[in-house]
Design a binder for this molecule. Structure first.
Ligand SMILES: [Fe+2]
Ligand SMILES: [Fe+2]
Length: 234
């Protein structure tokens, strides 16, 4: 009799234990099933938001690069036009013409990239048109050394600027091979122009240091403005 009572107690205790186990596992399951999909949704939203943000940021970087380079190549082209207006028939005429032709080629490439990437050009182009030509013209009137000093100053700033852009594209993992190749190639061309200027007595220009510093500051200001000021009429 006592044995029977003990067995009955054990069976009911086991049943109670099993019930507790089932309830706990059901609770665990419901906890997982209710929280896990939500977590997944949250992480999906977060990752899709950050993807969108990265896409937007990269687009802005590319836009700025194309806008400022388009303006810069136009400005550089106008500087050489101004120098040619004075020095075309001198000994350095063909050399300046060669650099001017390269700048026009650069300009055409950025015209194409501007259109291809649907980027608005800077609204400041009319200013760079006049300022670039004026700088080239006045420096050439001061002599071929001053003209070369302007070339060295402008091309130094532009080469550094292209290097900054290459770093920016790399640091942001922007995989636009065409843009990278264009920036690299043009950076090399600008450095060549800078060396041509040095080889042709830029440093013998009157007031070389202040002239050079003034042109560098002006070029940096033009880069800063052209990056930010866009044409707002579509
Ligand atoms: Fe150029
Ligand atoms: Fe150049």
């Amino acid at each position: 009799m006592i044995t029977k009572q003990i067995i009955t107690k054990c069976v009911s205790t086991r049943a109670l234990f099993n019930n507790v186990l089932m309830t706990t596992s059901r609770y665990n399951y419901s906890t997982e099933s209710s929280s896990s999909p939500n977590n997944n949704n949250e992480s999906l939203i977060t990752s899709s938001q950050s993807k969108e943000e990265i896409k937007k940021r990269n687009r802005e970087i590319i836009e700025r690069i194309i806008r400022v380079d388009h303006a810069g190549e136009f400005g550089a082209s106008r500087i050489y036009d101004g120098q040619l207006a004075v020095l075309e028939d001198t000994k350095v005429g063909p050399l300046i013409k060669e650099m001017a032709d390269q700048e026009k080629e650069h300009q055409r490439k950025f015209d194409q990239l501007l259109y291809q990437h649907r980027v608005r050009p800077t609204a400041l182009s009319p200013i760079w048109d006049v300022a670039g030509f004026g700088l080239g013209y006045v420096s050439a009137l001061m002599g071929k050394e001053a003209a070369m000093a302007v070339t060295v100053a402008v091309e130094t700033v532009i080469s550094d600027h292209y290097n900054d852009q290459l770093r920016q594209l790399h640091d942001n993992n922007i995989d636009d091979q065409e843009l990278k190749e264009v920036v690299k190639k043009f950076r090399d061309d600008e450095m060549e122009h800078m060396h041509i200027g040095i080889e042709h007595d830029a440093e013998l220009a009157p007031l070389y240091k202040p002239l050079s510093e003034m042109v560098k500051v002006g070029t940096k200001a033009a880069i800063w403005l052209s990056t930010r000021v866009k044409w707002i009429i579509v």
